[in-house]
Design a binder for this molecule. Structure first.
Ligand SMILES: *Cc1c(COP(=O)(O)O)cnc(C)c1O
Length: 385
């Protein structure tokens, strides 16, 4: 095999390309009919009442924190095993991220640690469906209800997953998505928030576009003429373009197929590795509800001689680009500077030492996955304790 196999990659076909080219020839390039259509399709798919498209998953998280009314002095509980954006969004609105530990089997945020970390300042919980495996949403929603907190589910990994028969996107107060090319469907850069609340929806729409409204019924002042608009709070330009939305609409049609293929590939890995003592395989429940955004194994360091770095490098030598999800957020120098110290979340820290993401994406070909399996096994066998 002479080409590199990445850990994740988009799948763009001719239909996607045509959808984008059609927009380029139309009247609207930025937020127009395609953005509205994408939002309608996304709401339909997730089962949420409303969807608001954003320029990326990070701006979607920022919008959700703003709409939730999170501000200076508030605390927001999230997991350290995520991309920094899930915690940064709290900082954007002046709040303090508080890290709750993960469960050592699912790698998702531990509801009992959430409960332990609640204070009088806690305003929201941002659970992350890490690897595409939905969190324990019933327990999280129950805790939120008890303490009057808002739940913003970061579903950057879990579009297409279900939770007790319901699609992800309609369960939390707000759910955020990312359409970055490594995610299950892509718009290049892109994101969205879904919600069932009209009030939150209206805040999100304004926040995405400078806090400006033209809606006559919502104006503070008397409308002075057809040109009139008002900026009512400090928003941003977080708009998605029609070019991107057209790609999103086209990709969304293939989401179920993409998830089906990912599940099949994960099954193939599980089957191939089930007797490998050197690996601890990812969590799986009877519902089989994960969207399998990433396939993350732990190295069983009692059974193999080499560490994660050597394992990673050996795969790389064979042209296999593994990855590590994630460096605990509070390890980053910026968070260190804010005063976070190692030791906050022992399960997350232990996981980070041993976790490794193998290639998994819808377009991963049979020859490629077999090559990854064969080489992974060879490295284990060569380094058995
Ligand atoms: C990708 C990702 C984000 C950020 O999304 P962008 O579209 O890259 O801004 C946030 N949270 C998680 C868990 C992600 O994987």
């Amino acid at each position: 095999m002479n080409k590199l196999i990445p850990y994740g990659r988009q799948w763009i076909d001719d239909e996607d390309i045509k959808a984008v080219v059609d927009v380029l020839k139309s009247d609207y390039l930025t937020t127009g009919p395609k953005v509205s259509e994408f939002e309608e399709r996304l709401a339909e798919y997730t089962g949420a009442k409303y969807a608001v498209a954003f320029s990326n998953g990070t701006s979607a998280l920022h919008g959700a924190c703003f709409a939730a009314g999170i501000s200076e002095g508030d605390e927001v509980i999230t997991t350290p095993i995520t991309f920094a954006a899930s915690a940064n969004c709290a900082l954007y609105v002046g709040a303090l991220p508080v890290f709750a530990d993960i469960c050592s089997d699912t790698y998702n945020i531990d509801p009992s640690d959430i409960a332990d970390k609640i204070t009088s300042r806690t305003k929201a919980i941002i659970p992350v469906d890490f690897t595409g495996q939905p969190c324990d949403l019933d327990r999280i929603m129950e805790i939120a209800k008890k303490y009057n907190l808002i739940v913003i589910e970061d579903a950057a990994h879990s579009i297409g997953a279900t939770y007790k028969g319901r699609n992800i996107g309609s369960i939390a107060d707000m759910t955020t998505f990312s359409f970055h090319p490594v995610k299950t469907i892509t718009t290049g850069e892109g994101g969205a928030v879904t919600t069932n609340s009209r009030k939150l929806y209206e805040k999100l729409i304004l926040f995405r576009s400078h806090g400006i409204t033209r809606d006559e019924n919502k104006l503070v002042n008397v409308q002075e003429g057809p040109w009139f608009y008002e900026q009512q709070f400090l928003g941003y330009n977080y708009r998605l373009t029609d070019i991107q939305a057209a790609l999103g609409i086209s990709q969304l049609k293939k989401l179920d197929k993409f998830v089906r293929l990912r599940r099949g590939l994960a099954r193939q890995y599980n089957e191939a590795f089930k007797n490998e003592e050197g690996l601890i395989l990812p969590y799986q429940n009877a519902e089989g509800n994960s969207a399998w955004h990433i396939y993350a194994v732990q190295l069983n360091t009692e059974k193999i001689r080499i560490g994660r770095k050597e394992f990673f490098m050996e795969l790389q030598e064979q042209g296999i680009r593994a990855n590590v999800h994630y460096i605990p957020v509070y390890y980053h120098p910026y968070y260190k500077m804010l005063g976070y110290k190692k030791g906050i979340c022992p399960n997350a820290e232990a996981l980070y030492e041993r976790i490794l993401t193998l290639p998994l994406f819808a377009k991963l070909e049979q020859g490629e996955i077999e090559y990854v399996i064969e080489n992974t096994r060879a490295i284990i066998n060569k380094n058995k304790n």
